[in-house]
Design a protein around this ligand. Sequence first.
Ligand SMILES: [Mg+2]
Length: 422
Amino acid sequence: MFIHIDIDSFFASAERSVDPALKGIPMAVGGRSNLEIFNRRRTNIRLMNDNSGAFVTPVFYSDREKSFDSFFVDKIDGKRKIRGIVTTASYEARARGVKTAMPIAQALQLCPQLIVVPSHYLLYHRLSHDIQRFLQTKIPQLEQYSIDEFFGDLSGWIADTDVMAFSKRLQQELLERFDIPVSIGISRSKWIAKVATDSAKPFGVYEVKDIDDFIQKMPIEEFPGIGRGFQRRLGQYGISRLGEIKARKALFYSWKRPGIQLYHRVTGTDNEPISKKSDRKSIGISRTFDGLRDPDELRRRIMIMARHIVYIALSIDANPTTYYLKIDYEYGVKVKQSRSVDRFFSESLFKAELAQMYDEIAQPGAAALKLSLSVSNFTGNNLKTLSLLHLEEDQRRLRLTRDLHSLREQFGLDIIKSGSEL
Ligand SMILES: [Mg+2]
């Protein structure tokens, strides 16, 4: 049997685990685009890093001391303006109409007694990591699917008839040990278990015994992986419920791989194992801002973001060989470029490649709204896959980057900046 464990309103529950006064009341965690890293006066903010599974790491700061006003309120011409959006709402807040992605100002209108807490990514990543480590001791075949979701394959480990009791015990243990409520879905198919978790929420355990019956009337948008595009396509064939998919096998097979995969996932016949690739696949960081046209300032921001990525990559001893830069401009214009190199990752190489990529894709005169950088394709420092042509130079650069890294570990990430960031 497969189980799918999903933490109930994760960020909100995490805040409650460290501040019990937040329990039982309408509360929400809010976020806003963190532009603090671009502040020229900023000094000595420590960058945290830990390895909590297969999702892109944001860059996060210990910001526990931030108050509502200092985090969410901008003073413009003497007027208070509440910025930011709801990241996660407690069930008490949801009952009053507060939803994820809703502007905080709007949420407060709907629910004036709502308590909004600034997000603390460091806390969430630590909790996620600790829970993952704990679950590994209970479930040998474990996959971390997102920051707050896990799949477990219990076959050969827990008898099918005991999975319900095992899941309830696990739920209780997580509550006692971490003060974190989870819901658990159970099914003989992985993806059906994930859908079952929604029926279990909040703080429940739900086992799907008869898959056909379970999916029969369920709207297609409830199934993971059926996005807007697929929904429209299915709508053209009069399919709005998962049960209708089962009767159209030939149609789905005519859509080749994605159709076939979806057909089997929905009908619980996919036989997909859990994925053991829990290694970090990429390191990414993005920042949004009000329209910015100045190319020098954009270049400076890219270099600052690059320094953060270099720091994380060195912290986990990764040698990424693919670099990616994307710029979102106004009017929905997006430009991006990626490059693969067969060289040692170093700060100077990464920054030089980014500078070239920027020059190639930049849209002069247009206002940029968002910058995204990431690195992937980690080779480790395996010499066989790296170019010998630049070996000596790259090793020298890498030594320099490592020296910078140890200084930054000691004194904070802002201690050394390169000329391009000033
Ligand atoms: Mg969740």
